[in-house]
Design a protein around this ligand. Structure first.
Ligand code: HEC
Length: 114
């Protein structure tokens, strides 16, 4: 028993300390899946540059990254409408212009619609 402890303890310590020769973990530069972010510099979202993208970039970024849009699954027009209305009504996104609201929904449905 004593012998077992003597030899197994260093092994356990080695496993627990995750030693890698004292080197810093090198940050992974590329996320391996769209929803996995390993470093903050990986969060670079470029939405398709078409239609009313400028409205989305302007009105949807004061509170959070465009990553939320990128991570969203493809949705129906009604579902995008509901989501944008949630941003406006629940979170107070300042989109009071009804034309702009519609153009934003049009754009979102165009890039991620079913
Ligand atoms: C006033 C702040 C604000 C603005 C502006 C805003 N959002 Fe959000 N958004 C939030 C908050 C807060 C959450 C997180 C909600 C949660 O975690 O439940 C969120 C979450 C989301 C999500 C994640 C899914 C979900 O249902 O929570 C999506 C997608 C999203 N926003 C899209 C948009 C789009 C598109 C716009 C522009 C039209 C926008 N947001 C503008 C506050 C905002």
């Amino acid at each position: 028993m004593k012998k077992l402890l003597k030899y197994s303890l260093p092994l356990v310590v080695l496993l627990l300390c995750n030693c890698n020769g004292g080197q810093e973990d090198t940050p992974t530069t590329k996320a391996d899946s769209p929803t996995t972010v390993t470093d903050v510099s990986d969060v670079q979202v470029v939405l398709p540059q078409a239609g009313h993208v400028a409205l989305v970039e302007g009105y949807c970024t004061p509170c959070h990254s465009l990553r939320y849009i990128e991570m969203q699954p493809a949705m129906s027009y009604a579902a995008w409408e509901e989501l944008v209305d949630k941003m406006i009504n629940a979170y107070r996104a300042p989109i009071r212009d009804t034309v702009k609201r519609r153009q934003i929904i049009d754009y979102l449905h165009a890039i991620k619609g079913v």
